[in-house]
Design a protein around this ligand. Structure first.
Ligand code: GLP
Length: 240
């Protein structure tokens, strides 16, 4: 695991975008795993800038998002799909058929989860997975206690997560109780992983994940077992 500490949030985002762009240039048909949340917003902005300048194309890129809420139509302003549409999908030349998303509004959620796994396998697996980290060490929506072997599955969100994510809701007064999330086992199959973290509120979660024991009670601690992980954090999030 390589840990890179940079000055601030902007530097985290810039470096993440640079590494992502490098991946796409080396393999134009890269399969990316993508997160939502506050942390990756500036990274997406930077990627859109690179696309607008003509230095980066998403023409052959394939994307899989980590998660979405159950019960929200993708067009709902509080769905993660809407977040991605606003921050990336509508601003670059990704092909609609290359954008994969767990549909939390599916009539058969178990089938949706199994289908998502099959889709990842059908394109040869994820080349580069970008992750954020929750305050409780969660990855995607894999909350503490999630099996390290888990595949894409339905999640009962913790009260902590629901409280924190409430600030991000534009229309809903309450965060949905359930979500679909890529599993930890699914994430571990990605060939390389970049974890992004910014701000002092992530310090404890990072400390537990990077220097504590590898345990299912801290989902992100599993990253210690993956052969190709880069952690990019800013001074404020840093352990020292
Ligand atoms: C959310 C998302 C995660 C994200 C995490 C941190 O609940 N499901 O994928 O990494 O929380 O979010 P933020 O970047 O806003 O701190």
């Amino acid at each position: 695991m390589e840990i890179i500490v940079v000055k601030d949030y902007l530097a985290v985002s810039r470096l993440a975008a640079t590494l992502l762009a490098r991946q796409i240039k080396a393999k134009p048909d890269s399969v990316l795993g993508l997160p939502t949340g506050r942390t990756p917003e500036a990274m997406y902005k930077k990627l859109v800038e690179l696309f607008s300048k003509g230095v980066l194309t998403f023409d052959q890129v394939c994307t899989f998002n980590l998660d979405d809420y159950v019960g929200l139509d993708q067009s709902h302003p509080d769905s993660y799909y809407s977040y991605m549409k606003k921050n990336l999908f509508s601003l670059v030349n990704l092909r609609a058929e290359n954008i994969y998303f767990p549909n939390g509004d599916s009539a058969d959620l178990a089938d949706e989860c199994a289908d998502y796994e099959r889709s990842i396998d059908s394109v040869g697996g994820i080349d580069l997975l970008i992750l954020g980290i929750g305050h409780n060490g969660h990855l995607g929506f894999c909350e503490p206690g999630t099996s390290f072997a888990s595949k894409t599955h339905l999640v009962d969100l913790s009260e902590d997560t629901r409280t924190i994510n409430k600030e991000l809701m534009s229309e809903l007064n309450e965060v949905p109780e359930r979500a679909i999330s890529m599993g930890i086992g699914t994430m571990l199959k990605a060939r390389s992983i970049i974890l992004l973290a910014s701000g002092s509120s992530k310090r404890d979660a990072l400390k537990a994940a990077l220097s504590g024991p590898v345990t299912e009670s801290v989902p992100a601690s599993v990253l210690q077992t993956h052969p190709d992980v880069i952690v990019i954090m800013d001074d404020a999030a840093s352990l020292d």
